[in-house]
Design a protein around this ligand. Structure first.
Ligand code: AMP
Ligand code: MG
Length: 339
């Protein structure tokens, strides 16, 4: 199959919308990361997403809508908490888990009776939904197990020959996947951290939001992943990454003591010179937005340099940085050294 890369302009939108209507798949930009879209009501179309990505069938997909009227049929009901969250954060990088409606293809939900719904703010994603009349199911547009793509070139690197079309809308603003919150249980629960923070969710709901077990630590043996994607070793680069938790001075001392291993560093902006080893800077220290925006591109840049040992500076674990830590600790296969 030929993969065409086309600007996400009016012509590109029309091409994408036509593919959706025909039951085919293509890649497009959203404000979080690039996604692979298929009509969420068409099971055969959704199957093609799993085939293109090599994604396990038990990992459910998020369904994307362009306005609230599209919820009809996709959800059985919109719980009260969803009605507080949607006006506060939609359109934007928040996925709300709700009771599944009859129109959603079973293939989107991995056997669950719930569905994740999101209203993206990216104009290209909205335009494709409006032009096609299709709510689309979409996971990130990477091969399963590699970092999510935040540029069209990164999509092409994984998906060449596996998709007919990639719409290029430039680099993604947010850079990490959407926040996922469930409102189907007794208490609201954060299943995946993202740009919309725990603190923001609690302020909008006026109550505590529980933190799902797998967010900052590895699932224990036998523990069930509430968010199925969390059980996979995600974002696995070729390099052996270890997060070093401590001050910059402690980090530098550790790197100096391990120079014989020829390590590289995933550091904060401005630290490269002082470390004196090959470095990739993933954002400014303490700036979760900046780190989120660049992390996945940096993980891919490390891969392009080959394998080897990588020591990573540790982001904070609150606010947007919780999302950064959540992705980085998976890329590091949960190897964290406290200095
Ligand atoms: P991705 O498509 O790569 O952004 O991953 C989407 C993630 O959203 C999945 O891996 C799940 O962790 C989560 N998700 C989607 N739908 C549901 C659902 N119905 N219940 C719980 N988690 C979900
Ligand atoms: Mg993904």
């Amino acid at each position: 199959m030929e993969t065409m890369v086309h600007t996400a302009d009016a012509e590109g939108i029309a091409l994408g919308a036509e593919l959706l209507r025909r039951g085919d798949v293509f890649a497009l930009p959203t404000e979080t990361v690039y996604g692979i879209a298929a009509d969420a009501r068409n099971g055969a179309a959704v199957q093609k997403i799993f085939a293109a990505k090599g994604r396990p069938q038990d990992n459910p997909l998020i369904v994307h809508i362009a306005d609230l009227s599209m919820l009809e049929g996709l959800v059985r009901e919109a719980p009260e908490r969803a009605q507080l969250l949607a006006p506060a954060f939609w359109p934007g990088p928040l996925t709300i888990i709700m009771p599944r409606g009859p129109q959603v293809a079973a293939e989107c939900c991995a056997g669950l009776d719930t569905v994740g719904i999101r209203m993206p703010s990216h104009p290209a994603a909205q335009a494709v939904i409006r032009a096609s009349g299709c709510a689309f199911a979409a996971p990130s547009a990477n091969l399963s197990g590699s970092p999510s793509p935040t540029t069209a070139a990164d999509v092409l690197a994984d998906m060449q020959g596996r998709l007919p079309l990639i719409l290029d809308g430039g680099p993604c603003d947010v850079g990490v996947e959407s926040t996922v919150v469930s409102v189907v249980g007794e208490h609201p629960m954060l299943l995946r951290p993202g740009h919309i923070t725990l603190e923001q969710l609690e302020a909008a709901l006026g109550e505590e939001v529980l933190l799902s077990g797998a967010i900052l630590e590895k699932l224990k043996d036998g523990e069930v992943a509430r968010s199925p994607g969390m059980k996979y070793k995600h974002y696995a680069p070729k390099a052996d990454i270890t997060i070093l938790e401590g001050s910059f001075a402690q980090f530098k001392a550790y790197v100096d003591a391990h120079r014989a291993l020829s390590p590289s560093c995933l550091c904060f902006t401005g630290e490269e010179q002082a470390l004196g080893v090959p470095c990739v800077a993933y954002g400014r220290e303490g700036d979760g937005d900046d780190q989120a925006k660049h992390l996945f591109r940096c993980l891919r840049a490390l891969d392009e340099q080959g394998d080897g040992i990588v020591y990573a500076r540790c982001p904070q674990k609150d606010g947007v940085s919780m999302a950064v830590y959540n992705r980085l600790v998976r890329a590091a296969a949960f190897r964290v050294v406290k200095l």
